[in-house]
Design a binder for this molecule. Structure first.
Ligand SMILES: [Ca+2]
Ligand SMILES: [Ca+2]
Length: 209
């Protein structure tokens, strides 16, 4: 390959990359969208409950709507946990938002953890834990999930509690998971294929300049 042909190849490659990048920008910059939510408005947890002290309560105390999720002690011996399937298939950059309310102080030994699973509950990873916290009002939590949560149909969320006595209580409401839609590959593939075809055609037919 002569020098000017190498140069032209490089130019075509750079143009293909830049144009592909520009085409992807509107998708990459798209606002995150909600792909899972649970405000507990059906009046049940809408998840898998294991252990004692987990219920949905209809009360004006709810952060939004009529219902909230209630954890009260004492938790089961190995903890009480509720989990939800929240597939992120088709979404990147997953964020889990929600509201919590430590209604009665969490003393030493009490804990409530927000967990996620990349494999439909086969294993769990802790995103945040609350322990030794004073009682308070509703507060927001926002959790960035690692890249393993991207485009993952096995994504599950869970809340696990170890509460020592009947006065321990923590509430949750308005849980939402958001993500950025995964860019559609066909447009980029077609563009790259077209650029490559043009380049090859010009190599075979040098008069096409
Ligand atoms: Ca609610
Ligand atoms: Ca307490």
């Amino acid at each position: 390959m002569r020098g000017y042909q190498k140069c032209r190849l490089l130019v075509y490659q750079i143009v293909a990359v830049v144009v592909s990048w520009l085409l992807a920008l509107p998708i990459a910059w798209a606002a995150p969208v909600t792909f899972w939510e649970n405000g507990f408005e059906p009046g049940d947890p809408s998840g898998v409950v294991q252990g004692d002290g987990i219920s949905v309560i209809n009360s004006t105390l709810a952060y939004a709507g009529p219902n909230y999720l209630n954890f009260v002690g004492p938790s089961s011996e190995n903890g009480s946990i509720i989990s939800w399937q929240a597939s992120s298939a088709g979404y990147w950059d997953v964020l889990w938002f929600g509201y919590a309310n430590i209604h009665d102080a969490l003393e030493t030994g009490d804990s409530v953890s927000l967990l996620w699973s990349p494999n439909a509950g086969a294993s769990w990873l802790t995103l945040r834990s609350y322990t030794e916290q004073p009682a308070g009002d509703w507060f927001a939590f926002a959790l960035n999930l690692p890249v393993e949560a991207n485009d993952n149909p096995g994504l599950w969320f869970a809340v696990a509690a170890n509460l020592g006595n009947s006065s321990d209580r923590i509430l949750f409401d308005e849980m939402v998971a958001r993500g950025t839609p995964v860019p559609e590959p066909p447009a980029l593939t077609i563009l790259a294929t077209a650029c490559l075809a043009i380049f090859r055609s010009r190599r075979r037919h040098p008069q096409m300049r």
